[in-house]
Design a protein around this ligand. Structure first.
Ligand SMILES: Nc1ncnc2c1ncn2[C@@H]1O[C@H](COP(=O)(O)OP(=O)(O)OP(=O)(O)O)[C@@H](O)[C@H]1O
Length: 226
């Protein structure tokens, strides 16, 4: 079973659909990129998948090692994140906060998950640096580690390369490829279709109040843009 399966999903606000009849699944090694014009409904879809708002119809199901809600989430980058007053290590470790429950301190398992996540994204050497002092590409890498430390199987990324130069974006995508090769499944929203496409397995095109699923190779041959 896939980590995430959406079936005949309708998403929207106050009972009014923004996009209807959305069906896709994301499993180990998959990278599904959601594309569409401004206002098409990409963020509404992500929020529905993350359980922040209810589906208007249809179903969101989690399976395998990604139980309900156990999603590593990298939110869209906000300016406030740049000066976040914490070290890289603290940011990575904060991915485990939702697992603390009533415990006052992070456990050895929490620390080892955060350390492993930093290692997997190639950010070990940044560990003791203030988060606000590293580059935008490095910050995104650390926030990817944070998502990975929280739930390492299914990652949901909202515009992961926004604000990065092409080299930093490509480097982040290559890291995401390596994570996929080790069994991670990725669902990402992007406006940067050309850069994302070589790293996608499927493209979900949200348009005209519905969504079409394309294999990434077919999207290339039809010269797809949004
Ligand atoms: N809380 C809300 N209440 C009512 N309508 C909303 C709300 N949030 C978004 N919308 C509307 O839903 C539609 C889809 O918005 P959404 O943010 O999902 O689009 P998007 O594809 O993510 O756009 P962008 O690429 O600009 O981020 C838009 O028409 C928007 O105005």
């Amino acid at each position: 079973m896939a980590y995430l399966t959406c079936t005949a999903l309708s998403v929207g606000h106050a009972g009014t659909p923004v996009a209807r009849d959305i069906s896709f699944s994301v499993g180990a090694g998959d990278a599904l990129f959601v594309v569409g014009e401004n206002g098409a409904g990409k963020t509404t879809l992500l929020k529905t998948i993350l359980g922040l708002q209810p589906p208007l119809a249809g179903d969101v199901a989690f399976g395998d090692e990604a139980a309900a809600g156990e999603v590593g989430y990298l939110p869209q980058k906000g300016e406030s994140q740049r000066d976040f007053p914490a070290s890289v290590w603290e940011v990575a470790l904060s991915g485990r906060a939702s697992r603390l429950g009533k415990r006052p301190f992070y456990s050895r398992a929490d620390k080892s998950a955060a350390a492993e996540a930093l290692h997997r994204v190639g950010a070990c050497e940044l560990r003791d640096m203030p988060f606000g002092s590293i580059s935008g590409g490095q910050q995104q890498r650390v926030l990817l580690a944070r998502a990975l430390a929280s739930y390492p199987k299914l990652l949901v990324l909202d515009e992961p390369t926004t604000g990065l130069d092409p080299e930093a974006a490509e480097s982040l995508y290559r890291t995401i490829d390596e994570l996929r090769a080790s069994g991670v499944g990725v669902l990402a929203v992007t406006h940067d279709v050309a850069a994302a496409l070589p790293h996608a397995t499927q493209v979900l095109e949200v348009r005209d109040k519905t969504a079409k699923l394309h294999p990434a190779s077919a999207w290339v041959t039809q010269g797809g843009t949004v």
